[in-house]
Design a protein around this ligand. Sequence first.
Ligand code: TYD
Ligand code: MG
Length: 459
Amino acid sequence: MAAKSLWYCTSCGNESPKWMGRCPACGEWNTMVEAPVEKKSSGAKGAARQTVTERKPVMLKEIDRSKETRVSLGMPEVDRLLGGGIVPGSLVLIGGEPGIGKSTLSLQIPLNSGLKTLYVTGEESDRQVKMRAERLSPGGPEEDGSNTLIFCETQIESVIREATEIMPDLMIVDSVQTMFTESVESTPGSVSQIKEVAAMLLRFAKQTGVPVILIGHITKDGYIAGPKILEHIVDVVLQFEGENRGSYRILRSIKNRFGSTSEIAVFEMTGTGLREIANPSEMLIPMHEAGLSGAAICAMLDGTRPLLFEVQALVSTAVYGTAQRSATGFDTRRLNMLLAVLEKRAGFHLGAKDVFLNMAGGLKVTDPAADLAVVAAVLSSNFDYSLPSDCCFAAEVGLSGEIRPVGQSDRRIGEAARLGFKKIFVSSYTPLPDNLPKAIKVVKVPDVPALVKSLFKNA
Ligand code: TYD
Ligand code: MG
């Protein structure tokens, strides 16, 4: 039979026997890429090639859960993100744009944890890795207390052979796009290579119990084949985000078979590697003295952790015919909806104004609790009237201008009090426990007009 091709969607990983302009699974346009089907000559090869194992089914009640051990990676924030350390035999994908700090993080892990690590790199020479390690070593360049083996190799069969021989505590593979297997006839980085390489690493991890961290590149638009397709295969997906210009990096948990998702860890890129920021609120709240208009603090929940950050808005008269609306880190459609609510329910004519919105620190915010801070920031900029620097906001805004409660208000209030805020605006319908901190005043507002009255009566 002639060589056949399969088509994969780079957005969702959907497979199709023919090219399509639009992926039927996720509805994205122009995302299908071609990948030759691997050689199947010697029977079922590739992922399906499993010899019969000795394993037997076990009764659910007889499984001893306490046996699940976690291995610390020597970086408390990364451990927390993983759900308390890495699970033996798991495959963890760390994705991110080039230059964001994936290689730096993956080298800091063996240096900090002291785990016996096989560090496989297909991207750099051993001398380059050494140079980076000297920058990163916690005890200075002379003090390499780590237990790390560097292996410059791109053929996955040799990598797995070495790993099986060495039996490290941890294996790191940088990056999946540079690895290749002989069993697939296409170039490294192609869809079928990436899938097969990941499947082989997964098999290795599950059979030996060695945890594997796999690095994957994604471009700005997430287009390059790879990480999206891998998400189905691996156990955990962590995504590195952040402005390349800024020094803050956010590692976000997108998928986690052993812990919760939608948690983040925040780092600062310094001259000696990534520094963990255990309390991100402190970096996300204002760097300026009080008195600037257009800024409001939101008490958001990131996964399970409360996080306070600054919402910045700029409202100005449109120079060109149509007003511009742009939001960084916030859904533009949601911004438009909030502006429409302000127009219709509170009588503000923002139709002829440009509105720019920014979430501090390159944060991407999806928590509906940000609505109230967005509304407050927009109005503050519109009136050119600054909000008191010791007040913050946590509530959703509904289409009729009503202010709606959000989950876990007590934790948001607690964090705000801990950071020294004196006032927090929440919905009138928020259920509140009795044991709230005394240091903070909880202001309940029912709707947008009431908020305007209470914030801007002097404006
Ligand atoms: P790197 O980890 O190589 O990124 P990736 O593997 O995701 O492509 O990070 C590269 C960037 O980080 C580069 O711009 C230099 C910067 N950097 C520091 O600022 N401090 C450091 O200690 C290190 C090692 C890198
Ligand atoms: Mg790299």
